[in-house]
Design a protein around this ligand. Structure first.
Ligand SMILES: O=C(O)CNC(=O)[C@H](CS)NC(=O)CCC(=O)C(=O)O
Length: 291
């Protein structure tokens, strides 16, 4: 592979694609192998999909398998990040929050760990996927999950400023706009996308979010069959701020890598200054300040 001298210095990110099952230990093993491979290949930040911890058969099992942020599974990931010396986007952890005792419901929590394994940010999915798509089986995330209360300010990482979201959130451009206006350079949508909406919407939505925010978009996805009742679309990818798909995973579990070029991003934003052309006088400031 030819790498020019200037691109050698660009940070490399890894996008991991897995098929989670209800077996948490096995899922951890699979994810850990991919993260170690990402580190060997020189990535500074690895992205895992929504439900990297497990995909259960029903809401009761989801609740039973869930853990608090201070639980054993996150401890294992802390050690993994430290051992590999890279940052980890854990794209959707089934989290027993502070209010677990009262609500008996969880949060779909995107956790960002630094290379020392410390939790630097959490974002709890704000748009829950309660939909009935013919041919896909009903999804009612709110059976087990509470919506998060707020957006999270973009976080500085070795690859750029990362704005956190989860899966179904990608259908709400207001959120991506808010994160971009708050300084995001990389938007990330860890996902477990359905097999009917996937072929129709997945790539279009991700590329649209990249083009309109002029951010890199990183989407780590679940793929394949999780159990008798559920399968996911896969097609993990990285899109650059021009809308080009610069990396994609193949069909099964695995990873793909992309360089993040922030000087390209800045140049593009200068050439095509859409953020300066917005007309909040006509439609309001849709990207509300985060806090
Ligand atoms: O269930 C879990 O354990 C983890 N959560 C998910 O898989 C969520 C809720 S069911 N999936 C989605 O949001 C798919 C969205 C989608 O497919 C679309 O927007 O078309």
């Amino acid at each position: 592979m030819a790498i020019s001298s200037s691109s050698c210095k660009l940070p490399l990110v890894a996008v991991c694609q897995v098929t989670s099952t209800p077996d948490k230990q096995q899922n951890f093993k699979t994810c850990a192998e991919l993260v170690r491979e990402a580190a060997r290949l020189g990535a500074c930040l690895a992205f895992l999909p929504e439900a990297f911890d497990f995909i259960a058969r029903d809401p009761a099992e989801t609740l039973r398998l869930s853990e608090p942020l201070g639980g054993r599974l996150l401890e294992e990931y802390t050690r993994l990040a430290r051992e590999c010396g890279l940052w980890l986007s854990l794209g959707g952890f089934h989290e027993r929050g502070q209010d677990w005792e009262q609500t008996q419901k969880i949060y779909n929590c995107h956790v960002l760990l630094n290379s020392k394994g410390a939790v630097v940010a959490t974002y709890r999915k704000t748009h829950l996927c309660d939909v009935e798509i013919p041919g896909q089986g009903p999804m009612c995330e709110s059976n087990s999950t509470m919506p998060g209360p707020s957006l999270e300010s973009p976080v500085s990482t070795p690859a750029g400023k990362v704005g956190l979201a989860v899966c179904y959130d990608m259908r709400f451009p207001e959120l991506s706009l808010a994160l971009a206006q708050a300084g995001a350079e990389i938007l990330t949508y860890p996902s477990a996308f359905g097999s009917v909406t996937g072929p129709a919407h997945w790539e279009v939505l991700l590329r649209a979010r990249a083009i309109e925010t002029q951010c890199y978009v990183v989407a780590a996805a679940q793929c394949g069959r999780h159990h008798e009742k559920r399968a996911s679309y896969g097609h993990s990818m990285v899109v650059d701020p021009w809308g080009t798909v610069v990396a994609r995973c193949s069909e099964g579990p695995g990873l793909c890598l992309a360089q993040i070029d922030l000087s390209y991003l800045r140049q593009l934003r200068q050439h095509l200054p859409v953020f300066q052309h917005r007309r909040p006088d006509l439609y309001g400031n849709l990207g509300h300040p985060l806090s």
